[in-house]
Ligand binder design. Structure first.
Ligand code: 48F
Length: 260
């Protein structure tokens, strides 16, 4: 076989095996932001079969750009244990006890590496365009290539069956929106609908991100900014402790659900 064909056939074969092996999973995660990456890491490390679908070429979500493209972020002491788990370094902020800065590129890359090394499979450049909803149950995801979505090509999607679905899509809560508007699911919120994110209030947003990380319908969970948008929490900008702790919390909730 020519080297050209060795390369091409190896890539096609290994990618096909990877996708085939993840067409049925314990947990299908939508979005590869910081909260979802921590969840993917924790779940996979505890033995769950996890597939994460990220629309962009690079997972990491809002991590890379730091604050207004200054590529540093802030994390508070409650979440430094999670940074330690991923080998992410941080520096104390002089005069602000319990707050640290860290390099956002180091954080994004370490979270991705950690999730993959724990055993989660990441499928990048794939967008989740719908959910499977059968017999009043959320049964998985409907996926397509992002370029197909972006170019508006009329191409039918494929599906991934999952015991649990996690919406980690950040501010737009894309999966929860599909659940409410297409499946007419009543969410576990005061109105049954999405309450909508409120403006900036850093400490309230940090606390509510974790509190709002919940199972919103049997088998359907939200973490990070998606959870905050669903439950009407405040935004918080480039402080990431709440995101990391939200990922850890949702992994525990899903593990309990799966009985793992
Ligand atoms: O928004 P995002 O970073 O998720 P997060 O974990 O973190 C929020 C923070 O980055 C920041 C913040 C912190 O203070 O406020 O905003 O809540 O990442 C969400 C990821 O989901 C992807 C999107 O490209 C991004 O990388 N995504 C969104 N919708 C889809 C999707 C979809 N339908 N299919 C696949 N990926």
């Amino acid at each position: 076989m020519s080297i050209e064909n060795v390369i091409s056939s190896a890539i096609v074969r290994t990618f096909s095996d990877k996708l085939l092996n993840h067409l049925e999973v314990d947990v299908a995660i939508v979005g590869g932001g910081p909260s979802a990456l921590v969840a993917a890491h924790d779940l996979a490390k505890n033995g769950a079969k996890v597939a994460l679908f990220e629309r962009k070429l690079a997972p990491g979500g809002g991590t890379w750009g730091g604050g207004m493209l200054f590529n540093e972020v802030v994390v508070q002491s409650d979440a430094t244990g999670i940074l330690d788990d991923f080998g992410i370094r941080y520096e104390p902020i002089p005069g602000a006890d319990g707050y640290f800065t860290l390099d956002s590129v180091e954080m994004a890359s370490a979270l991705i590496y950690g999730a993959v090394h724990a055993g989660a499979k990441i499928f990048n450049a794939m967008s989740v365009e719908d959910i499977i909803f059968k017999n009043e149950k959320v049964g998985g995801l409907v996926i397509n290539w992002t370029p197909v979505e972006r170019l508006g090509m009329h191409v039918d999607p494929l599906t991934v069956v999952a015991s649990c679905v996690l919406d980690g899509t950040g501010h737009p809560s894309e999966i929860m929106n599909l659940a409410v508007n297409k499946a007419h699911i009543e969410l576990n919120t005061p109105t049954g609908k999405i309450l909508g994110e409120k403006p900036m209030w850093v400490d309230s947003g940090e606390a509510s991100t974790v509190a709002n990380t919940l199972e919103y319908f049997p088998g359907l969970f939200a973490c990070g900014m998606s959870a905050n948008n669903v439950m009407g929490g405040y935004r918080m900008g480039p402080i990431f402790g709440g995101m990391l702790m939200s990922g850890r919390k949702v992994a525990k909730l899903i593990q309990e659900k799966l009985g793992k």
